[in-house]
Design a protein around this ligand. Sequence first.
Ligand code: CP
Ligand code: NVA
Length: 302
Amino acid sequence: MKRDFLTIWDLTAGELHSVVERGLKLKGGEDRSKCPLIGKSIGLLFEKASTRTRVSFETGIYQLGAQAIYMNVSELQLGRGETIGDTARTLSRYLDAVVLRTYEHSRIKVLAENASVPVVNGLSDLHHPCQVLADLMTIHEKKGKLEGIRLAYIGDGNNVANSLIEAASRMKINLVMASPEGYEPDPEVLENARNGGSSEIIILRDPREAAGMADVIYTDVWVSMGQEKEAEERKRRFRPYQINAALLSCAKKDVVVMHCLPAHRGEEISDEVMDGPHSVVFDQAENRLHSQKALLEFLLSN
Ligand code: CP
Ligand code: NVA
């Protein structure tokens, strides 16, 4: 049976722990000269812009001994009306795995249902599990553990927030989220996470209350890809949710600040915090490379 990675739920807690630990070992140089995926080809299908996801996958795949084939969807027949199902069936005859970055989450589900090779979600409107895999690795790297960590997510209840909710539930992280009314995370994701795990997941309005005693403060952009028309209204509604020095003073002294990037400096995060001593955002970005290599090893050896 092939394994997909469409949401965090696709890996058990034990598997997530193993992938995180393997990512840390790869980062430390273990097996640097080994090429476990030699001779394989992995497709990267992108319908949205990307810096980190594209480059970390392309580089990681090369380091594992395989080749990456980047495809902008507008240049495929998919962009001219070929179905996702037929694209999946065709690509499965050439490729050993497919990474898709897309809009509606249903598109990646259809791709996975019709592909005979593993499918990885490189971001959809609803989830960003590869990001959160790297985030788990980063929290483990900086704090030495996952269980019992108090994570404050402040901002939009978007794809990254939804995947963080699932990861918190799986890994016993206590998650407090602060978002303005109408911008909360997906209710179904939240309900499943609350039913499926034993960690505390609290949604509130006040960013200072959320930041209180946090080990980790996390934010993301206020306007995600595809929401450009809502930009002005969103920037107005989210203004009190900026991660700045005043907000950081509510958290623990050794709090780390995370952001999946790209950042919109001066909006969801101030320059002083982004460039300050608590920020781990570029280590977090680097960890995309190591954690995704560990993920691909796992998916392609199953
Ligand atoms: N964090 C992240 O997924 O970044 P990109 O959009 O640059 O891939
Ligand atoms: N929430 C952001 C994440 C970008 C990596 C977006 O979807 O645009």
